[in-house]
Design a protein around this ligand. Structure first.
Ligand SMILES: *Cc1c(COP(=O)(O)O)cnc(C)c1O
Length: 502
């Protein structure tokens, strides 16, 4: 193989490093050329700003190129496979985008009179109906802004229910494999987090769970399928036990993609569950659009669900914003992420009942395909079959000197966003791979070939490369701890960024 050539510009073909816009400042330069302000009475007086606000002087093409170049450093679902476990990075259908942009939908204002927004209220009501039907639950709170806020909403309802009975409780049980948001939610709602160990096959340890039950337990937070990509076989018994001591069952519904259309969480005895529309129902994640985390509630918790809700009365749709009762307060301004509701409903209606069921089946099939094709080199952490994601430990890398992180970084050189790494915490060097149902077999085969090739290179003793990877990106290995602990949120001229973090 020929040695890589250092370029004069430092760019690697179309990929180049990019200075901060502030570092590109040329004082006085401007993208627009406005005529001087004509003399006019000064109505602002003392309120007028006296110092410059410190925006960099840039020409319009510089600004456009700056952001286009930065965007090229990003990875996106529209670019390639995004096997980030627990995140359900599926394709965002363009039909959804088209509908969300229809003038009567895209231009609607939340403070319009309800008589002029009957169509969008009906749309919210229909989505609410689909969500409660698919989950077998009594009601849904539409407003939470993402899964994590949905968890908070659900746990606040559980708290309100206990308080209404005059017996606030102390502890919430959370399996040790849980997503970090679960214990964080329980803690922020004022509960003590009590962790339940997992068994050797990656599920709740029933004996340990039963031993922890008591009259001070407010509830259980459990993900199903769990974060090991496995269905909790004892879930019905788990629900009976938690209800038996007067507690409630919160399910983290982030993994609903694995069972949508196949299993209704309400039938399993769940009392509250958030649904990440940006996971299961294909709305964009993060930079592509806001998240959305409606929460469904069982009959037992329905009286505590926060408002607003849409009802139909005398042939008209109505948004109920206030009501007497023990409800949790508003979770968010206005009515939630309406643009995401449009996309989610478009997704549901374009798939239909049978199509949604096939979503779950194909998601599970794809994950098991990846597992089967990798297992001789990267054995699964727990015996399969898995659900919608496959969890692998770093056992396959034993003796190579290479760790999970090194393999993940090498994947970046290969043009892939890495899988989720080091989560869940209960598996050493965990790699959690979730292909989703929207990938073709060809895409999966290409990814499998890269993963296999990398493990074979690792075994062949190419540790030196792996420790350096990624080698083809404008930035190499970043100090993620420093970035999290000492973020530089404000650029100060003449202070190098490295010093600013000190
Ligand atoms: C994604 C996820 C969450 C949090 O959801 P957000 O929408 O990112 O706030 C919680 N639990 C699990 C298991 C998840 O995968």
């Amino acid at each position: 193989m020929s040695r890589e050539r250092e370029t004069i510009s430092g760019a690697r073909g179309l990929d180049r490093d990019e200075a901060l816009s502030f570092e590109q400042d040329s004082p006085g330069r401007s993208g627009v050329d406005l005529p001087p302000v004509p003399d006019a009475p000064d109505r602002l007086g003392d309120l007028r700003r006296k110092d410059a606000i410190g925006l960099p002087g840039l020409a319009e093409p510089q600004v456009v190129r700056h952001f286009v170049r930065l965007s090229r450093m990003n990875y996106a679902i529209d670019y390639g496979l995004y096997p980030l476990g627990s995140c359900t990075m599926k394709h965002n259908p363009r039909l959804n985008e088209r509908l969300a942009r229809l003038p009567g939908i895209g231009d609607v204002h939340p403070m319009q009179p309800q008589s002029t927004t009957q169509g969008v209220l009906r749309l919210m009501s229909e989505l609410a109906h689909w969500l409660t039907e698919l989950t077998g639950m009594a009601t849904v709170a539409m407003t939470p802004g993402a899964g994590a806020q949905g968890e908070m909403c659900g746990m606040m309802a559980i708290r309100a229910a206990h308080e209404a009975r005059g017996e606030p409780r102390k502890r919430v049980l959370v399996p040790e494999s849980a997503h970090g948001t679960n214990p964080a939610t329980a803690a922020i709602c004022g509960y003590e987090v009590d962790s339940i160990p997992s068994t050797a096959d990656g599920r709740v340890d029933m004996a340990a769970f039963e031993a922890k039950l008591g009259p001070d337990v407010a509830g259980l937070m459990l993900t199903n399928p769990n974060t090991c990509g496995l269905f909790e076989r004892d879930i019905i018994r788990i629900a009976e036990l938690i209800h038996g001591i007067g507690g409630y069952f919160y399910c983290d519904g982030a993994n609903f993609n694995a069972i949508v259309g196949k299993v209704r969480p309400g039938d399993l005895g769940i009392d509250a569950m958030h649904i990440n529309l940006h996971k299961t129902f294909s709305t964009p994640h993060g930079g592509g659009g806001p998240g959305s985390g409606p929460v469904v509630f069982s009959e037992a918790l329905a009286p505590y669900a926060p408002l607003p809700k849409v009802i139909e009365r005398n042939g008209a749709f109505e948004l109920v914003e206030q009501e007497d009762g023990p409800r949790v307060g508003r979770m968010k301004g206005f009515h939630g992420q309406f643009g995401m509701f449009v996309r989610a409903l478009a997704y549901m209606q374009s798939h239909g009942r049978d199509g949604l069921k096939q979503v779950a089946e194909d998601a599970v099939l794809n994950a098991n395909y990846v597992m089967a094709k990798l297992q001789d080199l990267l054995p699964p952490a727990f015996p399969g079959p898995c659900m919608h994601e496959v969890l692998v430990s770093d056992k396959g890398l034993d003796g190579t000197g290479i760790e999970t992180m090194d393999l993940a970084k090498a994947l970046i050189d290969e043009g892939y966003h890495p899988m989720t790494v080091y989560f869940p915490l209960i598996v050493h060097g965990a790699m959690l791979i979730e292909p989703t149902e929207t990938e073709t077999r060809q895409t999966l085969d290409d990814f499998i070939a890269v993963m296999r090739g990398l493990v074979e290179q690792a075994k062949a003793g190419e540790a030196e490369y792996f420790k350096e990877a990624p080698t083809m990106t404008p930035r190499r290995r970043l100090d993620e701890t420093l970035a999290a602990r000492k973020p530089v949120l404000r650029w100060v001229p003449d202070v190098p960024l490295a010093d600013a973090a000190e």
